[in-house]
Write a protein that binds this ligand. Structure first.
Ligand code: AMP
Length: 217
């Protein structure tokens, strides 16, 4: 099952990706996670991405296209994948489509998570992430069983430095400016399925499952 998740930061894409990937045993390819890992390991890509990420701006397309092309060539992607956070510009969408077409790979679902700004700010400012396995929590909506520790691997939870109110607002503006054309690109191809990102995680997961079942996945 090959899926693309579109939608602003804080729309619930990461949480749904976690649930679906577990159920279908496919990798969750979050370009934000890949870049944060690269930054932690001080690789060339990580260092190149650093200044953009700190300001909530987009990392250049050629860097991102290369990162995703390489990731999709890894063997675990043969079963399927969820692309989360990519494509984020029309150029990325076109390049992705060209790369997949060359390999005769078809995307099964493109979901757009519609969410209100208030919800996004509330979600992102309370978001906590496991340093070890990147599982996502929320200090009010989805707290871990033990405070500050991941339920899955006991790793320490942290708050992303770009999850502060000023950077969140910038990321939203950047998102709307750069990613609106991506939404239109898939809309014009009649591939876009809009879902309500304001729903509780379990409720939205049920809706997504229903869509998969209807298509016999
Ligand atoms: P995210 O975890 O998806 O919110 O991404 C965190 C940051 O990584 C973004 O604010 C961008 O600086 C960068 N980033 C992630 N994915 C992309 C992408 N597809 N294109 C450009 N920049 C990206």
């Amino acid at each position: 099952m090959k899926i693309i998740f579109l939608g602003p930061p804080g729309a619930g894409k990461g949480t749904q990706a976690q649930l679906i990937c577990k159920k279908y045993n496919i990798p969750h390819i979050s370009t934000g996670d890949i870049l944060r890992e690269a930054l932690k390991n001080r690789t060339l890509i990580g260092l190149e991405a650093k200044t953009y990420m700190e300001k909530g701006e987009l990392v250049p397309d050629d860097v991102m296209n290369k990162v995703v092309t390489l990731r999709l060539e890894e063997p675990d992607c043969s079963r399927g994948f969820i692309l989360d956070g990519y494509p984020r510009t029309k150029n990325q969408a076109v390049k992705l489509n060209e790369g997949l077409s060359r390999k005769s790979i078809k995307i099964d679902f493109v979901f757009y998570f519609e969410t209100s700004t208030e919800k996004i700010i509330a979600r992102l400012s309370g978001r906590r992430i496991c340093k070890n396995c990147q599982a996502v929590y929320h200090n009010i909506n989805m707290p871990p069983k033990k405070e500050g520790l991941c339920d899955i691997c006991d790793g320490a939870l942290y708050q992303r430095p770009d999850d502060n109110e000023q950077t969140i607002k910038n990321r939203l503006e950047v998102y709307l400016a750069a990613t609106k054309p991506v939404e239109e690109y898939y809309q014009n191809r009649r591939e876009l399925i809009r879902v309500n990102g304001d729903l509780q995680a379990e409720e939205l997961f049920e809706i997504l499952n229903k869509i998969f079942e209807d298509r016999e996945f």
